[in-house]
Ligand binder design. Structure first.
Ligand code: HEC
Length: 130
């Protein structure tokens, strides 16, 4: 009997996890999965400004340029646009970077970043260029 209960609980956890993973909504917008081209682009996209590149490379890149980290991919506009709309603008995304947001660590591994740095980094990541 207790094995059946355990099985049901186990199945519910697995199915619940799968349901959560399939749920690609941000705010009210459905965000598609990035394609292989989106993933390849994120891997190589680099800011035009070398100073911004230095900050991006030592902080944001480790999560935002890699598929599967849960971070919106650099240059993958649908995810960024949905977040921009759901949070209410670029200023709110800067606040997410400064304060952290769910799986996103506060300051994004850039403890010396100013809000202006975050604004430039986020603007770059939204388009994959600057
Ligand atoms: C250790 C991994 C990691 C690093 C490093 C990182 N991020 Fe993130 N970031 C994430 C994850 C994961 C999310 C998605 C959070 C979520 O929706 O649960 C995210 C989301 C965001 C968001 C959207 C937040 C929102 O309100 O939806 C912004 C903006 C952001 N990151 C900016 C940055 C910036 C700027 C840097 C570099 C200074 C950076 N991140 C570095 C993991 C990281």
């Amino acid at each position: 009997m207790s094995k059946i209960v355990l099985f049901v609980v186990f199945a519910a956890v697995i199915l619940g996890g799968a349901w959560f993973a399939l749920d690609g909504n941000i705010g009210t917008e459905k965000v598609p999965e990035p394609t292989a081209a989106d993933i390849a682009f994120a891997d190589t996209a680099t800011p035009a400004n070398p100073e911004l590149t230095a900050v991006y490379d030592r902080s944001c890149r480790s999560c935002h340029a890699l598929d599967g980290t849960g971070a919106p991919l650099t240059g993958f506009a649908p995810d960024w646009t949905a977040r921009l709309n759901a949070r209410g603008g670029l200023g709110a995304l800067v606040a997410s970077a400064r304060n952290g947001f769910e799986e996103m660590p506060a300051m994004g591994l850039c403890n010396d970043c100013s809000d202006t740095n975050f604004e430039e980094l986020i603007s770059f990541m939204m388009k994959g260029q600057n």
